[in-house]
Design a protein around this ligand. Structure first.
Ligand SMILES: Cc1cc2nc3c(=O)[nH]c(=O)nc-3n(C[C@H](O)[C@H](O)[C@H](O)COP(=O)(O)O)c2cc1C
Length: 208
């Protein structure tokens, strides 16, 4: 039995969000094909994700140093570490997210900041940082209205590339990616593009 964490980084319903449609199709297919796995869902738009500010940082640093924390430092450090520990405990992680303004939603960025902690997801060495969670399997479901896989906007793609770089930094190499793109750029093909993506999400879930 695997412990599987599903991260949803869009607060809209599936009928108005392609990344959520991918998420729902993947999730339903996964549950059917892996009935004994333990699935945990996190909707990053429904939970409290305080910014990674000075108080949270000092709380996290003091905890590592074994120094006493103020009540507010402890509250914020506990939130970040709660998400970090949940991620560390998962055997597999599925992340569904849109490309927004060439990047990712602020909620998802904050979540990834929580995970990016030295000594937990990576460590510093004289040769540079080394990832610590190489045994994790990850699926990335990404939707973007324009076309970024090639052409003039390729270098502007900082959603999937960013998330992949962060995961590589954690040592994760087993990454499946599913990208749906171009549905806003070519509205006449939008329905077919989205349908193909949702079908692929179902197939990917069966073998994930
Ligand atoms: C706030 C916001 C910013 C967006 N920025 C871009 C963008 O920079 N480039 C682009 O091609 N599409 C952009 N889009 C369109 C999304 O990429 C598109 O809707 C895609 O399907 C992912 O979002 P969804 O899961 O909400 O459908 C943006 C959409 C929103 C709501």
């Amino acid at each position: 039995m695997s412990n599987v964490l599903f991260i949803k980084a869009n607060g809209r319903p599936a009928d108005s969000s392609v990344s959520v449609a991918l998420y729902e199709n993947f999730l339903e297919s996964y549950k059917t094909s892996h009935p004994n796995d333990q699935v945990t869902e996190v909707n990053l738009f429904e939970v409290d994700l305080p910014y990674y500010d000075g108080t949270m940082m000092s709380g996290l640093h003091k905890e590592v140093a074994g120094e006493p924390l103020s009540p507010e430092e402890k509250r914020l450090a506990d939130i970040a570490n709660g998400y970090l520990n949940q991620f560390l405990e998962a055997d597999k992680v599925v992340m569904a997210f849109p490309l927004w303004n060439f990047s990712i939603p602020a909620q998802f960025l904050t979540y990834l900041f929580y995970l990016n902690q030295a000594g937990k997801t990576f460590k510093y060495t004289p040769e540079g940082p080394v990832g610590l969670v190489g045994d994790k399997k990850v699926a990335l479901l990404n939707a973007r209205g324009g076309i970024y896989s090639d052409g003039p906007l390729e270098s502007h793609e900082m959603s999937l590339s960013y998330v992949k770089n962060i995961l590589n930094h954690f040592g994760v190499t087993d990454i499946e990616t599913l990208v749906v793109e171009g549905h806003n750029a070519t509205p006449d093909k939008a329905q077919a593009i989205i349908k193909t993506g949702c079908d692929k999400a179902c197939c990917l879930a069966e073998t994930f």
